[in-house]
Ligand binder design. Structure first.
Ligand SMILES: [Fe+2]
Length: 377
């Protein structure tokens, strides 16, 4: 059970970062009913109404709602008629993440630097303008049908992007303390992990932080492998999972079957107070995976002293793990759409920079119990 930590920075150390990224700009989900999805993310997750695009703004093909909580922006997009690429995406994959948008200072340079290193183009550099200024966008493909859009917004002062107007609502449930996207995990096919690790290393200049093999991430029945890629300043972290052989079906394989391809498995969002945040999420009807309560009998022997009382963590089902630099608290929702595909992680870091390896076994046994109920184990 060895966690391979690559503390040495990548081979580009001392060299200029050819793809500087300021942070996650937004995450766009293609969904069957954007209006109802926006209501769900407001009501259940505490997002706030931000921007809207649709018939009233001259968009005849799609309706999009943008919701925001601190630094996290989600776009929820549905088609307004048949025969659209968005509709085809939803038909094949169900609701899921299409765009992981990255905030950059130079969308044109981001495009050319990644293209010359082998990226596949999704959108050539494009300027969008309105009376609030201009935004430059460009985009490349990543795993499955997922894409990265580079967003350069230094010359823009509007609410979100040109083409959107402010979305004003009277129904505004309170935020619940979600702060920023901590990491986003991709599930890729059998034997594809290293291909996508190489893509993030070579095409986007990312470094490998950690790797887990199937001996780390396995239970009696199911297994997966994972490597974590991070950009230069550490603000973007993308773990990449692939299934591994076990006695029964890996959770990654179940995802690939139901998503009908590779895609985003979970969005991890950070909070400064996980007890308050998860209490609010539960009160608002969000379902979480639960580990058996015996987990809490021994967890403090494993992780040592923590600032929080154990009892509320146990009541809420929050998991704890420690690495060399500190500890972390985390919990995972059940999938948030009919197919057992994408879910959310809520994470509070108290020094730890890792991803909760100590919880993998208990967690995957909890997932297996869910798979068993679905008949997909
Ligand atoms: Fe995670």
């Amino acid at each position: 059970m060895k966690e391979t930590v690559n503390k040495q920075q990548n081979s580009t150390e001392g060299m200029e970062d050819f793809l500087p990224i300021n942070g996650t700009d937004y995450v766009e989900l293609y969904v069957g009913n954007a209006k109802q999805a926006a209501h769900y993310y407001k009501t259940a997750f505490g997002f706030q109404s931000l921007a809207y695009s649709g018939l009233e703004t001259g968009n005849k093909d799609y309706e999009s709602y943008v919701v925001v909580q601190d630094k996290i922006r989600l776009i929820l997009t549905s088609p307004l008629h048949g025969g659209t690429p968005v509709g085809a995406h939803i038909d094949k994959h169900g609701d899921g993440v299409k765009v992981i948008a990255l905030w950059v200072d130079d969308a044109e340079k981001s495009y050319h630097e990644t293209m010359k290193r082998g990226a596949k183009s999704f959108m050539e550099p494009t300027v969008k303008e309105d009376d609030q200024g201009k935004v430059k966008l460009s985009g490349i493909h990543t795993y499955g049908e997922t894409v990265h859009i580079f967003v350069e917004r230094k010359d823009y002062h509007g609410i979100f992007l040109p083409g959107f107007r402010k979305w004003e609502t009277e129904y505004n449930p309170a935020p619940i303390g979600l702060k920023y996207v901590d990491h986003m995990v991709g599930n890729v096919g059998w034997g594809q992990m290293n291909k996508w690790v190489d893509f993030y290393a070579n095409v986007m200049g990312f470094t490998q932080l950690l790797s887990f093999d199937d001996k780390d991430i396995s239970t009696e029945y199911t297994a997966l492998m994972s490597k974590v890629m991070s950009n230069g300043n550490g603000r973007i972290k993308f773990p990449i999972n692939e299934p591994a052989e076990g006695k029964k079906k890996s959770q990654v394989e179940e995802y690939l079957d139901f998503y009908e391809g590779e895609g985003v498995q979970h969005i991890a969002v950070a909070t400064d107070n996980i007890i308050e945040t998860v209490s609010a999420l539960k009160n608002r009807g969000v379902d979480f995976l639960r580990v058996p309560s015996v987990y809490y009998d021994t967890v403090l022997d494993r992780v040592g002293e923590i600032d929080e009382e154990l009892e509320p963590l146990k009541n809420l089902g929050i998991l704890i793990d420690r690495d060399d630099e500190g500890y972390l608290l985390q919990i995972f929702t059940k999938p948030v759409e009919p197919r057992p595909t994408m879910f959310f992680e809520i994470i509070q870091r108290k020094g730890a920079k890792s991803f909760g390896k100590g919880n993998f076994k208990a967690l995957f046994e909890a997932i297996e119990r869910e798979q068993e109920l679905r008949g997909t184990l």
